[in-house]
Design a protein around this ligand. Structure first.
Ligand code: FE
Length: 133
């Protein structure tokens, strides 16, 4: 499903996001493990993009990875996220981005526990959790 690409400029992102959010979402930074708000969150709800509000992940797909980052077996829906090959830091990884605003979310690995075998390793700071009523 093709989505309209966000036209937000870098200056607008700087104004809209906190410095920490900006460094991860727009500059592909990584929050330290076990430091974020959601790695140990077990409440039922949904996780939206902290940049644009797009629905990205659901609590039912979250699992204990032991990594210190919120981890999911899949995205909330087909097309919620995009992946891109990332060769930074001397590794070949699959970067995960919000499909709507192209914000950096984290990386996806092939050692997940679900039938799809995926482990979406996501920065808490790229997400906004909405707890179920
Ligand atoms: Fe987004």
């Amino acid at each position: 499903m093709a989505k309209t690409k966000d036209k937000t400029t870098d200056d607008e992102w700087r104004g809209r996001l906190t410095e920490e959010q900006y460094q991860v979402l727009r500059k592909k930074g990584t929050e330290p493990p076990f430091s974020g708000e959601y790695w140990d969150n077990h409440d039922p709800g949904i996780y939206k993009c902290a940049g644009c509000g797009e629905l990205l992940f659901a609590s039912g797909d979250k699992f204990e990875s032991g990594t210190g980052w919120p981890s999911f077996t899949r995205a909330a829906a087909d097309g919620s996220v995009e992946t891109r090959t990332d060769t930074s830091h001397g590794m070949v990884r699959k970067e995960v981005l919000c499909s709507k605003c192209s914000g950096h979310l984290g990386h996806v690995f092939d050692d997940g526990p679900g039938p799809g075998g995926k482990r979406y390793c996501i920065n808490s700071i790229s997400l906004e959790f909405i707890k179920d009523e």
